[in-house]
Design a protein around this ligand. Structure first.
Ligand code: FAD
Length: 275
């Protein structure tokens, strides 16, 4: 099965050292690849590149996330050449989000345009991942159209899909069924967000359209002043989610680690992924 761990680009030399330490700790689960996010609009262009270079040097199959933001194809082509030179073999191609505080404005180019630029310039050099939304992307006018746009990304040349995180397994199963019905036949890998804090997960989930079921919210609310108990609860809930997904033939798991190894490690151990 395919396992991957996502990181964000550190800002300081200490952060970079710590990133490698986290990646090494998680390496016992033999991930297929690790990935590093990208601040759309280029805010982490150097940071993402640097982190990818460092991870590749340390023997990880490291995939940069990339989005056009306000860039034109020429700037994207330059970045693709840099990543090819560094030895990257995989890219996560996204539209990206504007930084918070920019209201409801959106980037003009959707991810499909980026997939086309990458395929035009680099042919099959990179395995291309794109994003999918079991609970429907917040900007989408309907689940059906959202899925149609996902299909267009695949038709433009994407190889597989990583989903936004979710805590309702049936949202994933329903999405998978609907995707197969419209002819999306590539692997669809569930994105997994470990739960390690109350306010952060609630705020973030509201923004990206991931629903936290009421029963989970109630427990998190009750445990918010007992960090150990909250983490233990989060590990138990997410382990059960992953067990159900893998039991129903999900092709793998993609963990949003937030550059931390503790909860992800416990979940992977519970799933027996180190054996
Ligand atoms: P798209 O596929 O372009 O879709 C965006 C919206 O536009 C959807 O509502 C879709 O239905 C609609 N749409 C798509 N095509 C069309 C079209 N042709 N016409 C009209 N509407 C259309 N964000 C970052 O900033 N940096 C990251 O590193 C990052 N990594 C991520 C990794 C994963 C696995 C996931 C799931 C998300 C990630 N995100 C990241 C968040 C992502 O950028 C946002 O969710 C963003 O709002 C949408 O990106 P997308 O690639 O799904 O966009």
């Amino acid at each position: 099965m395919r396992l991957s761990f996502e990181f964000f680009p550190p800002r300081t030399p200490q952060g970079r050292t710590s990133l490698i330490r986290v990646a090494e700790r998680l390496n016992r689960f033999r991930p297929t690849f690790v990935s590093v996010t990208y601040g759309a609009g280029g805010s982490t262009r150097d940071g993402t590149q640097e982190a990818i270079g460092l991870l590749l040097e340390n023997g990880f199959d490291a995939a940069p996330h990339l989005s056009m933001g306000g860039d034109g194809p020429e700037q994207i082509r330059e970045l693709l050449d840099v990543y090819a030179g560094l030895g990257a073999r995989r890219i996560v191609a996204l539209r990206g989000d504007l930084p918070s505080g920019m209201g409801r404005a959106r980037y003009p180019n959707n991810a499909e345009a980026l997939v086309r630029v990458i395929r035009d310039h680099s042919d099959r050099r990179f395995h291309l991942e794109v994003a999918g939304y079991p609970e429907t992307h917040p900007d989408a006018t309907s689940p059906r159209l959202d899925l149609e746009f996902l299909k267009r990304k695949i038709d433009a040349g994407a190889d597989s899909v990583i989903t936004q995180y979710f805590y309702h397994p049936h949202a994933f199963f329903d999405f998978l069924n609907r995707a197969r019905q419209v002819g999306i036949n590539v692997p669809i890998v569930p994105g997994i967000m470990p739960i390690t804090n109350f306010e952060g997960i609630v705020r973030f989930s509201d923004g990206c359209g991931a629903d936290i079921p009421r029963w989970i919210r109630q427990h998190l609310d009750a445990l918010q002043h007992d960090q150990d108990a909250l983490i233990a609860f989060g590990v138990e809930v997410v382990t059960r989610l992953c067990t159900e997904l893998l039991g129903a033939d999900a092709p793998g798991l993609h963990f949003y680690t937030l550059n931390r190894w503790g909860a992800t490690t416990k979940i992977c151990e519970n799933l027996g992924l180190d054996s």
